[in-house]
Design a protein around this ligand. Structure first.
Ligand code: RIB
Length: 305
């Protein structure tokens, strides 16, 4: 099995359950507030670890209780946390998540010590990148640092997977070159390309644009509608597994984790996409980010061949 390193964010999620997302200027009564380990990077590392992958993480937390809980949670599923720095005077990243009755969410992130993931911190932990075969990143840390790690990983011949969330517009042309797989959803693809994504043809065209910029494979997730995989040679649609979603938080993170884990086990891209879909399909039937990740047994039991 190949080794994976996740370079990215760690957040403590403050999850408010409510009947619906409030309108601008409106006050609503929520049902509950729960603190759950999250952060797009940590969610991906956690899911890979829980599913039995060999994974380490590079990131930063504060010297507060949240940072300690986040590190311990990753350690509990055998994630190598030696690359997670503790900034004693810093405040751990926090995410304020509102989840409505349909399981849809809106999120505000306070970056905190995720801003401390600098080129210097990467240099300090370069060993973890050198010793890994697959490098996964998201955009909750500085884009400049993501590009720096991507260039380092490409030079070292690693497989680079980028989950471009939260998406930002106007990324430099140099950003895309050498990325093996990018995994936007259709909303993120619209932001990345600056174009509307209302039809499947527009979504495919957006994916082709990524390929022209130098990305080798584009996986576009479409929620309950499935997903599309594009390379220079082929385009393939994958239908979604039908489930009743209660909370879509970390749906994308669990997909990316499953996809990367399957690649690390020598599976084909198509098999890896199907596995990512399975992990994500179970995760959305449960509440929270890291709390929603299934075990391998649960996945095998749900999709008995
Ligand atoms: O993708 C879900 C994650 O986004 C949450 O866990 C939250 O921390 C935000 O980073």
């Amino acid at each position: 099995m190949k080794r994976i390193v996740v370079v990215g964010s760690l957040n403590m999620d403050f999850v408010v359950e409510t009947s619906r997302i409030p309108k601008c200027g409106e006050t609503l009564s929520g049902k509950s507030v729960t603190l759950i380990p999250g952060g797009k990077g940590a969610n991906q590392a956690y899911a890979i670890g829980k599913l039995g992958g060999k994974v380490g993480m590079i990131g930063a937390v504060g010297g507060d209780a949240y940072g300690q809980v986040l590190r311990e949670n990753l350690k509990a599923v055998a994630v190598d946390i030696s690359g997670i720095s503790v900034m004693e005077d810093g405040v751990t990243g926090q995410a304020f998540i509102t989840v409505d009755e349909r399981g849809e969410n809106s999120i505000i992130v306070i970056a905190g010590t995720n801003r401390a993931v600098t080129k210097e911190l990467i240099q300090k932990n370069a060993r973890l990148i050198q010793e890994s075969d697959i490098v996964i990143m998201q955009l909750e840390i500085s884009v400049e640092v993501v590009e720096y790690v991507k260039d380092m990983a490409v030079r070292l011949g690693k497989t680079v997977i980028i989950d471009p969330a939260p998406a930002v517009c106007g990324l430099p042309e140099s950003f895309w070159k050498g990325i093996d797989f990018i995994k936007p959803n259709e909303t993120e693809l619209a932001i990345l390309t600056g174009k509307e994504m209302k039809t499947i043809e527009e979504v495919k065209e957006g994916g082709r644009e990524m390929l022209k910029k130098g990305v080798k494979g584009v996986v576009i997730t479409l929620g309950s509608k499935g997903c599309i995989f594009l390379t220079e040679e082929k385009e393939k649609f994958f239908s979604a597994n039908k489930v009743k979603a209660v909370d879509t938080t970390a749906a994308g993170d669990s997909f990316t984790a499953g996809f990367a884990l399957a690649l690390s086990q020598g599976k084909s891209c198509e098999e890896a996409i199907r596995f990512g879909q399975k992990v994500s399909a179970i995760a959305v039937t449960r509440k929270g980010a890291q709390t929603s990740v299934p075990t391998m047994k649960e996945i095998e039991h749900t999709w008995k061949e």
